[in-house]
Design a binder for this molecule. Structure first.
Ligand SMILES: NC(=O)c1ccc[n+]([C@@H]2O[C@H](COP(=O)([O-])OP(=O)(O)OC[C@H]3O[C@@H](n4cnc5c(N)ncnc54)[C@H](OP(=O)(O)O)[C@@H]3O)[C@@H](O)[C@H]2O)c1
Length: 237
């Protein structure tokens, strides 16, 4: 395992999985650039945490923001894509703009970010692109037409990107967690069961991200799946 200091861009650093990833990486002595739509959420300053405001629904702003980040942090050698949201409903209940927004934030924005950052990452001795997919990237689910489609799209993108980066130093990984107890469920009408074994913790996913980042340089971890021991969905009243 490698213990060198990394400079990691965490998209979605303000909450849930991305927040836990940022904390873990800072604890390990890495530098973290953390994105959110609202940087005032990063209320605890840290000497090597650098907040950046970014709204993934504004695709046209992504190339410029990436250029600024790479100019300010030329050491940047890893990105963790942990931003996204869930909307679950039958297809006929979705409006056109809702479909577009879910696909844009969960998929297209990740592609734009990758495209904008990739050339400089390829110049590094080694680099990581780590995407948070989902169990929804692996199989369709009830009321999941658009959410699952966004995650299936991300999975196809990652597999093809891994091939495209195969001759470079960039390692592409997709982590597919089952239900993780985070604010993701605050706006949904279901959540994981309350018992400890019925949900992953955001820190469990952060541990996997840290493991992928620290893997020996000749090892590419293409895809990792983790689940709570018991899968229990609880519907809110
Ligand atoms: N929780 C689960 O059970 C679970 C399971 C599998 C996969 N996932 C995936 O893991 C990722 C993170 O989910 P989470 O559970 O950590 O959810 P969360 O606690 O709600 O965090 C979501 C993060 O995404 C950011 N975000 C949302 N919309 C954004 C936008 N338009 N522009 C920029 N940032 C945006 C939020 O930042 P701001 O609101 O501060 O902008 C926040 O940092 C998502 O892709 C989700 O699909 C979650």
């Amino acid at each position: 395992m490698h213990s060198m200091t990394r400079t990691v861009l965490v998209i979605g650093a303000s909450s849930g999985i991305g927040r836990a990833v940022s904390r873990k990486l800072l604890q390990q002595g890495h530098r973290v650039i953390g994105c959110s739509r609202d940087v005032s959420k990063f209320s605890q300053p840290h000497p090597v945490f650098f907040p950046v405001e970014l709204d993934l629904s504004q695709l046209e702003a992504i190339p410029d923001t990436c250029r600024q980040i790479q100019a300010q942090h030329p050491q940047l050698d890893a990105v963790v894509f942990a931003a996204g949201f869930g909307r679950f409903a039958s297809l006929e209940e979705f409006s056109g703009p809702q479909i577009e927004q879910l696909m844009t934030v969960n998929f297209t924005a990740q592609v734009f970010l990758t495209k904008a950052l990739l050339a400089k990452l390829k110049q590094k001795a080694h680099a990581n692109l780590i995407y948070i997919g989902s169990e929804a990237a692996l199989r369709g689910a009830r009321k999941g037409t658009i959410y699952c489609a966004s995650k299936f799209a991300l999975r196809g993108f990652c597999q093809s990107l891994a091939d495209e980066c195969g001759k470079s130093s960039v390692r592409v990984s997709l982590i597919n967690p089952g239900m993780v107890r985070t604010p993701f469920f605050d706006v949904l009408d279901f959540c994981p069961g309350e018992a400890e074994k019925q949900a992953l913790k955001a820190e469990d996913v952060a541990d996997v991200v840290a493991y992928v980042l620290a893997a020996p340089r000749h090892v590419a971890m293409d895809e990792l799946i983790l689940n709570p021991v018991n899968k229990v969905i609880q519907f809110k009243k």
